[in-house]
Design a protein around this ligand. Structure first.
Ligand code: K7E
Ligand code: CUA
Ligand code: CA
Length: 648
């Protein structure tokens, strides 16, 4: 694959017409073994009947070009919130323009704002006993905002960290992370989704739970014992309280979790499982023809927790219920339902009408459609086999991963191996599954550039799906942008899905390496322009309160900033002091941020209007240090300084 990549690389600005050979499907067929070959040929037959692919990198017609333009001074109609992958952050860009708006540091450190440097951010990320950060890395895949009654309420955004098994919450009024929770006994925390309303208390119609799937199975507890008993490795599915961010409960399961979806009535959470084999090496993980989509009956799980039918793992105080297959054979009492799905499925997404889950085959060219009502009926004992909840399984193309929906009953699935987006109709697929030969299931295909991972539609994960845009988050961009060395950006390609045919209308470059995004109507997001000084218990409310306050070796320096000066032009500490600087920004003007950097002490952070931040460090180098404002704020920005004197 890497050789192909080098061979195909072009630096002459010409589109590479052979681009679809880039990751050629034959290589993947070899990897996936016999069953993939079956899948391949099956799909090739279907391909003939399907509408032809759009021409390679067809530019939008000239008359169309202005249609998607956001003119200078105009604002975008959507926010896109995007995970940063192993950058550990969350990004925000505007749509349709693709304008980059912000990077929110979450699990990473970021000296733009001082994330991981200020005491306040360190307390959120978590520290070791010596005050240093417990973790400095993260891998964000899935971002989802809080819901009220099936649509976004603009309150929070939740995002996972796959590396260190943490869930973070971002406040949407300030677009800053305010809490991080580590999940006990979990490795490879991948999919996450908040509930869309409270399933237990019908009077509550907003997000109260955030569900978290663990991808990797481990010995439980993972303490050095039972390392070779790989058949006993297990995963946990966790539920976190959206307000307290405490882990409420966990479910012990067979197989693994990958992505997570929640139903609109709050009754079920779902996760796709690619490793029902519970294999340790990938050939084992591909050994069975069907894996599963696993459903959790939220109300029953919470009843079991209440009734004390729980265990505890290791030192964890989180109650764990048994969701393994053998313990849940009787549907009428089952906490979990394992619906068989071909093969190593990836992605589970629910349609905006709340009726269907789509689970893509990844190594099977199919998407499996499961009906929500039928899963509920299985839990009532009215349906015998979990597989009988499947109402369609259309062949859609090679390497299907994630599905977005419009408001007309159509699904749009990313095809990683085909480098395409396929549009298919859900009701038509259901009819075809029942034997109707006169329906057209696959309505359109379009090439994307290249190898799409996630795909999502505007408002498509809410009941307000509007069918305007589909964004294809492609894993490879190769020749689409100016070359910037061996590490390429990714492409978020914007496709207009409002008509019968999909239209590729923009290539947005995105920094490596987003996994998932959501497209949110701008009227839902209500941000604050400035902070409220009263919210910071340590605020230096009056410049007259500034000063150096000593308590033995501990020194607190209270400062305010107002363009173009800090309240103290200089301050003195002694060598060996542990210095805490508290800085309050007294400017009230929107967008008037100040910075504070201390040379040779590795200190760098900002304070936004009316905000207070603090840092603590050791003053161990005698001398003078010009603390200066890093953030351009005023004509006298360069003059905005304070002299720190560290006496011998
Ligand atoms: Cu498909 Cu983390 Cu959603 Cu990446 S996962 S593509
Ligand atoms: Cu204050 Cu620049
Ligand atoms: Ca498998």
């Amino acid at each position: 694959m890497s050789q192909d990549r080098i061979k195909d690389q072009k630096h002459d600005g010409q589109p590479d017409v052979s681009r679809r050979k880039f990751l050629n499907t034959a290589a993947f067929a070899g990897l996936a073994g016999a069953s993939m070959t079956v899948g391949l040929s099956a799909c090739k037959q279907e391909e003939k009947a399907a509408p032809a692919a759009a021409p390679a990198s067809a530019p939008a017609a000239a008359s169309e070009a202005g249609k998607y333009e956001v003119a200078p001074g105009q604002l975008d109609t959507y926010y896109s919130f995007s995970s940063g992958g192993h950058s550990g952050n969350v990004r925000i860009y505007g749509l349709p323009s693709g304008r980059e708006l912000k990077c929110i540091p979450v699990f990473n450190t970021d000296c733009l704002v001082g994330w991981g440097i200020t005491n306040e951010s360190k307390a959120i990320i978590g520290t070791k006993p010596d005050g240093s950060l417990k973790y400095q890395t993260g891998d964000t895949h899935h971002v989802h905002p809080s819901y009220t009654d099936g649509t976004y309420d603009g309150k929070y955004l939740f995002v996972n960290d796959k590396i260190n098994s943490r869930l973070a919450r971002v406040r949407l009024d300030t677009m800053e992370c305010d809490k991080i929770t580590e999940l006990p006994n979990v490795q490879g925390f991948h999919g996450t989704f908040p509930d869309k309303r409270d399933p237990v208390d019908a009077s509550i119609n907003h997000t109260t739970r955030v569900f978290c799937g663990a991808e990797f199975s481990i010995p439980l507890p993972n303490n050095g014992h039972n390392i070779e008993k790989t058949a006993e490795y297990r995963s946990l599915f966790s539920c976190v309280d959206s307000e307290t961010m405490q882990v409420r409960w966990q479910v012990l399961i067979d197989g693994n979790c990958d992505l997570v979806a929640t139903s609109y009535d709050g009754k079920l959470a779902a996760t796709n499982q690619y490793n029902t084999e519970m294999g340790v090496h990938y050939p084992e993980m591909m050994s069975v023809e069907r894996d599963a989509c696993l459903f959790f009956n939220v109300a029953r799980i919470e009843e079991a927790v209440k009734a004390g039918k729980v265990t505890y793992i290791g030192d964890s105080k989180v109650p764990v219920v048994d969701g393994r297959k053998a313990a849940n054979a009787d549907p009428k009492t089952a906490l979990t339902c394992y619906v068989p799905i071909p093969k190593n499925p990836h992605g589970v997404n629910i349609s905006p009408d709340g009726k269907y889950y789509a689970c893509s085959g990844k190594l099977s060219p199919t998407a499996t459609v499961i009906e929500h009502e039928l899963v509920l009926k299985w839990f009532e004992g009215e349906i015998k086999e979990p597989r009988d909840t499947v109402v369609a399984e259309p062949e859609i193309g090679l390497g299907p991963l994630h599905t977005g929906f419009d408001n007309k009953g159509n699904a749009y699935t990313t095809l990683f191996l085909d480098s395409q987006i396929v549009k298919w109709n859900v009701e038509a697929a259901i009819k075809a599954y029942k034997g109707d030969k006169n329906v057209t299931v696959v309505l359109d295909r379009i090439d994307v550039h290249y190898q799409p991972g996630h795909g999502f539609t505007s408002m498509g994960e809410t009941k307000e799906a509007d069918g305007k845009f589909f964004i294809s988050d492609n894993k490879f961009s190769k020749d689409r942008f100016l070359p910037v060395g061996p590490l390429h950006p990714e492409t978020a390609q914007m496709i207009d899905i409002s008509g019968d045919k999909m239209k590729l209308v923009a290539d947005h470059s995105v920094l490596s390496e987003p996994h998932d995004s959501i497209v949110v109507r701008r009227d839902i997001i209500k941000t604050r322009q400035v902070y409220n000084m009263d919210e910071f218990p340590n605020a230096v409310k009056d410049p007259k309160d500034s000063g150096v306050f000593r308590d033995g070796k501990k020194v607190t320096v209270k400062l305010t900033g107002q363009a173009p000066a800090y309240s103290m032009p200089e301050f003195t500490v002694k060598k060996g002091d542990e210095v805490t600087i508290i800085l309050t920004n007294h400017d009230k003007v929107e967008d008037l941020t100040h910075g504070f950097a201390i040379p040779k002490h590795d200190i760098n952070f900002i304070v936004n209007p009316q905000e207070t931040k603090s840092v603590t460090f050791k003053a161990d180098k005698p001398g003078i240090y010009w603390c200066y404002c890093t953030h351009f704020c005023h004509a006298l920005h360069l003059e905005m300084r304070s002299r720190m004197i560290v006496e011998l």
